[in-house]
Design a protein around this ligand. Sequence first.
Ligand code: THU
Length: 152
Amino acid sequence: MDHSNKTAVSEISKEQKEELISRALAKLPDAYAPYSHFHVAAALLCRDGEIYTGCNVENASYPAGICAERSAFSAAVSGGKRQFDAIAIAGGMDGKPQDYCAPCGICRQFMREFVHPDQFIILLAKSPSEYREYTLSQLLPESFGPENLGKA
Ligand code: THU
């Protein structure tokens, strides 16, 4: 698949990863999850170095809620950003990230719209020093994206 419109990321340093994870962890108290009590937060690194954060926002009409990852992406895209290098995700019951919180399928597809699947880094974090690292391709193989509709 041709991803020529999405330029490759230059390497992200360990310090940048830790900073991104810290920003996600710091956002956890803002999660609005009165129904599931499962709090999730995300910090999205834009190509220009800016970081946007997001959290899950639930709703009494359950399907109307939004996940942390789409919240962060929506904030960044609304802020005019179009190029992204990495996202850190943290979540757990009552805001305690005791395990790694993987993005749901809808969020994986949502990210796919804006990133190079082989280059975009997804950090699943329990703490700044405890994290797992994936590319979007690893979490969403053989994906469908804008290029399939001639929107490269
Ligand atoms: N959630 C996220 O925010 N991100 C994910 O990738 C997994 C699930 C939220 C949605 C809902 O508010 C709660 O976690 C329980 O599913």
